[in-house]
Design a protein around this ligand. Structure first.
Ligand code: CAA
Length: 337
C-alpha cells in the first residue's frame, strides 16, 4: 500500500516508521527541511535499536528504503491513505487537508492523528467528507500497540471499516471510538490524570506524585515525566484547544514552562532536566492511588455511560495506549473507587 504521512515530528516520523516496518511504501512530508532530516534520523536510530534487539528481522536500511522523503505535497498523489500529523493547530491542519485533496483521487482516505480536535470539525475543510476519519496513535508509535479509530459525523461505514483494517495490517489493536468526543477515549482519561496531578502540586512535589504513579501504580512513566515526554508544547497547545471547547484541562505550570521554552525531553528541560537522559524517579511517600485516579475513573464511567466505549475497551485502551500493567477499571476495583 502507498501511504503518505504529513509532518515528520514526534508522531509523524513514528507513524511512517511503523507503516514501513509492515512493508508499505511510505512518503514522508514536512514543510521544514530540517524537521524532515531529523525525522529520518530518528527513524534510523529507532530501527537500529529494534534490529539490535531482534524486534525486526529485516535490516534497517531495507526498511528505510521504503520511506521516501518528499518536499512537495503534490507527491502524495496515488496514496491509498494520507495521514496528517502536523502540530495541534486547527487552521494549519485545515490548510493541509485542502491542499492534499487537490492531489489525491476520490478513493484516497484522509486521516488525522489529532489528539484534541473534533473529527467532524476538521472534516469540514474537505470537499469529500466521507473519506475522513481519525487514526490516533500513541507516542512512541513504534512501541505502543494501540490506535484509536474515530468516526466523525460524515465518515462513511466503508472508510471506518477500512481504517480498522489498516490498523490491524500494521499489527496494532484498533479501538473504535463511537462518538467524536473531545480527547476520544485514552486522552480524556489521561487529561484528567494530568489535571489532577497539576492540582496535587499544592500538596505534594512532582517527584512525590510521580513516585505514586511509577512505584505504586507501576505506570511505565511518572505523570510529569509523561508530560515532558509527550512535549510541554504539544500538551500546552492541546490544553488550549480542549479548553476552548469546554473540556477542563487546567494546568498553569504548562503555560509557565511553555513560555520559557522548556518543551520537555525534546528540548532537554521541562518539569525535569533531561540533559542526561530520563529522570530517575525515586520512591517517596506521596498521594494515594485514590487521590491520583479518582477523576480518571469518573471519566472512564462517563465514556461508558455515554456510549463512547465499553468497560472492556477502556481497560484495553489504557493498557495498550499508556502501557499500564492493568486497565483503568482494574485499578478502580483494586482501590475501591
Ligand atoms: N524506538 C525504538 N526503541 C525505543 C524507542 C523508539 N522510538 N523509544 C525508546 N526505545 C528503547 C529505549 O532506548 C530503551 O532501549 P535500551 O533498553 O537499549 O536502553 C528501551 O526502548 C526501553 O526504554 P526505557 O528503558 O527508556 O523505558 P521503558 O521500558 O519505560 O519503555 C516506553 C519506554 C515504551 C516509552 C514506556 O516508558 C512507556 O510505555 N511509556 C508511556 C508512554 C505513553 O503513555 N504513551 C502515550 C502518551 S499519550 C499520547 O501519545 C497521545 C497524545 O495524544 C498526547
Amino acid at each position: 500500500m502507498k501511504v503518505a504521512v504529513i509532518g515528520a515530528g514526534v508522531m509523524g516520523h513514528g507513524i511512517a516508521e511503523v507503516f514501513s516496518i509492515y512493508g508499505n511504501q511510505v512518503f514522508l512530508y514536512d514543510k521544514f527541511e530540517e524537521a524532515l532530516k531529523k525525522g529520518l534520523e530518528k527513524i534510523k536510530w529507532s530501527l537500529d535499536k529494534l534490529y539490535e534487539k531482534g524486534k525486526i528481522s529485516e535490516k534497517p536500511e531495507e526498511v528505510m528504503g521504503r520511506i521516501t522523503p518528499i518536499k512537495e505535497l503534490k507527491e502524495v498523489k496515488g496514496s491509498e491513505i494520507v495521514i496528517e500529523a502536523v502540530p495541534e493547530n486547527f487552521n494549519l491542519k485545515a490548510e493541509v487537508f485542502k491542499e492534499v485533496e487537490k492531489y489525491v483521487d476520490g478513493n484516497t482516505i484522509i486521516a488525522t492523528n489529532t489528539s484534541s480536535l473534533p473529527i467532524t470539525e476538521l472534516s469540514q475543510a474537505l470537499l469529500k467528507r466521507d473519506r475522513f476519519l481519525g487514526l490516533h496513535f500513541f507516542n512512541p508509535p513504534v512501541l505502543m500497540g494501540l490506535v484509536e479509530v474515530i468516526r466523525g459525523e460524515y465518515t462513511s461505514d466503508e472508510v471506518f471499516a477500512k481504517g480498522i483494517e489498516i490498523v490491524r495490517s500494521i499489527s496494532r489493536e484498533p479501538i473504535p471510538v463511537r462518538k467524536d468526543v473531545i480527547g476520544f477515549v485514552v486522552n480524556r482519561i489521561l487529561f484528567r490524570i494530568f489535571t489532577t496531578a497539576c492540582r496535587l502540586t499544592n500538596k505534594y512535589t512532582i517527584e512525590q506524585i510521580d513516585s505514586t504513579a511509577k512505584h505504586i501504580l507501576k505506570f511505565p512513566m511518572g505523570i510529569f515525566e509523561l508530560l515532558d515526554f509527550t512535549g510541554i508544547d504539544t500538551n500546552y497547545l492541546i490544553s488550549k484547544e480542549v479548553m476552548k471547547r469546554g473540556f477542563d484541562f487546567t494546568c498553569p505550570q504548562l503555560e509557565e514552562l511553555y513560555k520559557k521554552g522548556y518543551y520537555g525531553s525534546k528540548s532537554g528541560k521541562g518539569f525535569y532536566d533531561w540533559s542526561k537522559g530520563r529522570p530517575e524517579i525515586k520512591f517517596l511517600p506521596g498521594p494515594t492511588p485514590q487521590e491520583l485516579l479518582v477523576d480518571a475513573v469518573k471519566e472512564g464511567r462517563w465514556l461508558v455511560e455515554n456510549g463512547v466505549s465499553t468497560d472492556e475497551e477502556v481497560n484495553k485502551a489504557t493498557r495498550l495506549g499508556l502501557g499500564w500493567p492493568k486497565g483503568l477499571f482494574d485499578y478502580a476495583k483494586e482501590y475501591g473507587l
